[in-house]
Write a protein that binds this ligand. Structure first.
Ligand code: PRX
Length: 660
């Protein structure tokens, strides 16, 4: 049983407090002995010859033609990796495994909300991907055409992504929690020709009519020629437009079953994934084939110490985020892993469902977000302790800083005290894990992502002049290119350079996070330095939410901040100024929430709305979010002398007190 000696709640509290005193956790001897990597010399070896290290990793992939140059750095920051080489991501994820005789290995133990089970093998995926790739071709999709994907957590989302990769059509996946409006925006920006979606998506026993919602907004999009609809929720009367909409199963049935994988340039675009930045318009992060696949397969193998023959690996993210792209789809499949794919929420049909799935599939590796861990912690250790989690041997964390207490709870209650924890820091832009322990080598400290992965170069630099901070706080930067780095922002090359490579020059990637380096060279990620908020590991821009809020006719102005939150890491708080004499009411709170849900998605709704007669602005009119954060979190106010009207703060303070 997990967490053997945890006992009652109070004892556990005490034990965790005691553990907080232990600064470091060395890799357990038993784990170290069986680990793929256990010699710390790997760090120095990779640092001495990063290109040689990455090239060695790339050799583990299948190449139709070998590369001529490992790294072309002639035009920074537009780096190219493995130029001259040709490969195909879908071939690497499927064909070579089938050819190696492991086609009957399960790629995904898919588990549905209502207890359905589908074990999808590599051979199954290989068959389905070929048919769907041909179906896409039949629908007129050509190499380079962008294909949108808006699907829930079902095996077809993987089939759709790999079918695109097979024919060289970059996919643009939109997380299922985004609204149809957001999907439309992303389809419009990327000029997607085809959108693959679903009749309905199930969530906690309810079904959302996805296709009908898509229809409401997508009508006037000229570039979009076809909508492919997967039957999943069994909805009746799904609206289908003649000449535009087709059923997934029907186009697959009509397609040729054989579709050889297209040999593509290493730098051929594999996908675009929109993510939030400082402004309201999302950034289309572009990843290419050879470097990305090298990065994700290498990190997946070594960070998770993957033994594909025996491990059952579960990344509990959604495919619609980068974590899903890299560590549900491309990394695990390239490595021939067996994964768990869970369709639903962590509390449906009951709060023990994750542990029930882990027990039933004998999951050995779990990769989850701190928010989920904190939620389970709140629900109580008795729930996971009711299941047999003894197969687990490694735990991962991703998406936001993990507080030491949650780290220790994860370690003790879920990992039974025997599983190393890998706290992995990375971003949509980095494509793959950048700062992380190697579980057989690196001693961990709860709350620290520890050291850069071999072949990755990170530094904390001073905000003032960019000089390295040996031990202390500053801005996190990556000082050398890495294979899975974003290549550009789709159709926005200037914004790419401006956002990431303007501050410290074209060879230093500005991460956008503040971090602290300690005496041992360990990195502690503090959080974003830009106007990006991380709610439950979901990245949102304050500007994006503000522009949704001001779309409400009664709103004059809005300022959004990320407020610390015990459950979700950060939560959205919105200071809203209403037009004229309009009074803030509960109905208005609900209406504003609804506008945000419609424009972005339900997950972006403000947790708190604070009515404000005026907002604190500098003399040049810039809203001072720092002061709003102070006020929302009940701190003493920082310097207010630069405000155009310092009395605004006193008024806001009394407004907050009245509301509470
Ligand atoms: O602030 C960092 C935080 O998430 C941001 C990246 O968000 P996104 O592109 O959506 O990718 C999330 C999944 C990789 C980072 O700039 N972040 C991510 N992982 C961690 C983290 N913060 C602290 N610790 C982490 N392990």
């Amino acid at each position: 049983m997990a967490g053997t000696a945890a006992g009652d709640g109070e004892t556990l509290e005490r034990e965790l407090d005691e553990m907080l005193e232990i600064e470091r956790f060395d890799p357990p001897e038993e784990f170290r002995r069986q680990a793929l990597l256990s010699d710390p010399a790997i760090y120095e070896q990779a640092a001495a010859d990063p290109q040689g290290w990455w090239a060695g990793q790339a050799e583990a992939l299948h190449w139709f033609e070998p590369w001529e140059t490992v790294l072309d750095d002639s035009d920074p920051p537009f780096y190219k990796w493995f130029t001259g080489g040709k490969l195909n991501a879908s071939y690497n994820c499927l064909d070579r495994h089938v050819e190696a005789g492991i086609g009957d290995r399960v790629a995904y133990h898919w588990r549905g909300e209502e207890g359905e089970r589908r074990d999808v093998t590599y051979a199954d995926l290989h068959r389905d991907v070929q048919r769907f790739a041909n179906a896409l071709k039949d629908l007129g999709v050509r190499q380079g055409d962008v294909v949108g994907i808006y699907l829930p957590m079902i095996p077809e989302v993987v089939v759709a992504m790999l079918a695109c990769a097979r024919i060289g059509a970059p996919h643009n996946v939109v997380f299922g929690g985004f609204s149809a409006e957001s999907v439309k925006e992303r389809m419009e920006f990327s000029e997607a020709k085809v959108l693959i979606t679903v009749d309905g998506a199930r969530r906690k026993g309810k079904t959302a009519p996805i296709k009908a919602s898509v229809d409401e907004v997508m009508g006037d999009l000229d570039s979009l020629k076809t909508v492919v609809v997967v039957r999943h929720a069994g909805l009746d009367g799904v609206p289908m437009s003649d000449g535009r909409d087709v059923w997934y199963d029907e186009v697959c049935a009509a397609a040729d079953p054989v579709c050889p994988a297209e040999p593509l340039d290493a730098e051929h675009p594999l996908f675009i994934l929109y993510t939030s930045g400082s402004t309201a318009s999302p950034k289309g992060i572009l990843h290419t084939t050879g470097g990305y696949l090298t990065g994700v397969s290498t990190t997946h193998r070594h960070v998770f110490d993957l033994k594909p023959e025996s491990d059952v690996y579960w990344c509990a993210a959604d495919v619609g985020w980068i974590t899903g792209h890299s560590y549900i789809v491309y990394g695990p499949l390239a490595n021939g892993a067996t994964s768990v794919m869970w369709e639903g929420a962590p509390d449906y049909p009951h709060r023990g469902i994750w542990w029930e799935v882990a027990q039933e599939t004998r999951a050995t590796i779990l990769y989850a977000a701190p928010t989920a861990i904190r939620t389970f912690m709140k629900w109580g250790h008795e729930i996971p302790e009711g299941y047999d989690l003894s197969a687990l041997r490694l735990l991962g964390s991703v998406g936001e800083p993990i507080n030491p207490k949650a780290w220790l709870w994860y370690h003790k209650v879920i990992g039974g005290g025997r599983c190393p924890i890998v706290d992995t820091w990375w971003q949509t832009e980095t494509g793959a894990i950048m700062i992380t322990p190697l579980p057989g080598i690196t001693s961990t400290k709860p709350g620290s992502a520890t050291r850069p992965f071999p072949g990755v170069f990170a530094e904390v630099v001073s905000e003032a002049d960019g000089t390295p901070v040996e031990s202390g706080q500053g801005l996190l930067v990556l000082t050398q290119p890495w294979p899975s780095m974003l290549r550009t922002l789709y159709k926005e090359h200037d914004r790419f350079v401006e956002t990431y490579f303007a501050r410290f020059g074209k060879e230093t990637y500005l991460v956008g996070d503040a971090a602290r380096a300690d005496r041992d060279g360990y990195f502690w990620i503090i959080g974003r330095i830009d106007d990006v908020v991380n709610v439950s590991g979901h990245r949102l821009s304050t500007a994006e939410v503000e522009s949704a809020i001001v779309a409400h006719e009664k709103v004059a102005e809005a300022a959004v901040i990320g407020q610390s939150d015990d459950d979700t890491g950060q939560a959205i708080a919105a200071f809203v100024t209403l037009n004229g004499e309009i009074e803030g009411t509960d109905e208005l709170v609900a209406e504003i929430g609804a506008v945000v849900a419609e424009r972005i998605g339900k997950f972006a709704r403000p947790k708190r709305i604070i009515w404000a007669d005026d907002l604190p602005k500098t003399r040049s009119g810039k809203i001072m979010r720092r002061l709003l954060r102070d006020i929302a979190e009940g701190r003493a106010l920082g310097d207010v002398t630069t405000l155009r009207d310092p009395s605004v703060m006193a008024a806001l303070e009394s407004q907050i007190q009245d509301a509470e």
